[in-house]
Design a protein around this ligand. Structure first.
Ligand code: DCP
Length: 204
């Protein structure tokens, strides 16, 4: 079941669901979601001298990105074809019986700005700010102003609480992240089922 505005308020008041700071609840709490605002920090991939990023290598992806912090009252210009990581201003805490989905806002979608390129799921148990995967699919640069409502979070109730919420097990690389975080895929301790033996695909 997806939480309505009244359900969201109940859970925020109960204190197990946290979205903070929630400076303007009347504006930010929508009929079945909470609008989150854009933070001031951005991570951009360097355009030159960047080797191939191999997810299974020990190289830190952090080495290939540079950080920009936008001054107060300034904008970040997202150029056509660009892909940058941003962050929500708000920090969230998702209880073990909820899962949250990061969605774009229609008004930005209509400007061809995509807020999460692929991943849009906040696990039960997740705590921290949310890294936004921002891209501009249009043909005109778009100015992004820190503080603008950039994304919305919906909450779905699980049938039962997660036995092993995010943060309680190994992995959980992004727990308590603050600001945009580059991929930490290199710290996956194993590839598990992704590392298939040659011949697996054709059943040899
Ligand atoms: N656009 C997004 C999507 C998710 N998250 C946060 C909340 C998630 O609970 C956490 C982990 O997301 P995934 O499980 O999708 O990521 P991985 O599987 O790569 O990480 P892990 O191995 O830590 O589960 O990252 C985020 O900050 N920004």
């Amino acid at each position: 079941m997806i939480l309505s505005d009244a359900d969201i308020l109940d859970r925020l008041e109960a204190g197990d669901l946290v979205v903070e700071p929630l400076d303007d609840p009347e504006l930010q709490i929508q009929p079945a979601s909470v609008d989150l605002r854009l933070g001031r920090e951005f991570l951009e991939f360097q355009r030159t001298n960047i080797p191939c990023i191999h997810p299974n290598s020990e190289d830190e992806v952090d080495d290939y990105v540079s950080e920009t912090v936008v001054d107060e009252d300034d904008d970040f210009i997202l150029h056509p074809g660009d892909f940058v990581l941003g962050t929500t201003h708000e920090r969230v805490e998702i209880p073990a019986d909820l899962i949250a989905h990061v969605e774009g806002r229609s008004s930005l979608g209509r400007l061809a700005v995509v807020v999460h390129a692929t991943a849009g799921l906040c696990d039960p148990g997740y705590r921290g700010q949310i890294t936004l995967e921002l891209s501009n699919l249009g043909s005109a640069p778009v100015a992004l102003t820190p503080g603008m409502r950039i994304s919305q979070l919906t909450f779905t109730e699980l049938k039962t609480e997660a036995d092993r919420p995010y943060g309680s097990e190994r992995g959980s690389k992004y727990q308590d992240q603050s600001g945009p975080q580059a991929s930490r895929i290199e710290s996956d301790d194993e590839f598990g089922g992704d590392q298939l033996e040659r011949g697996d695909a054709d059943g040899e």
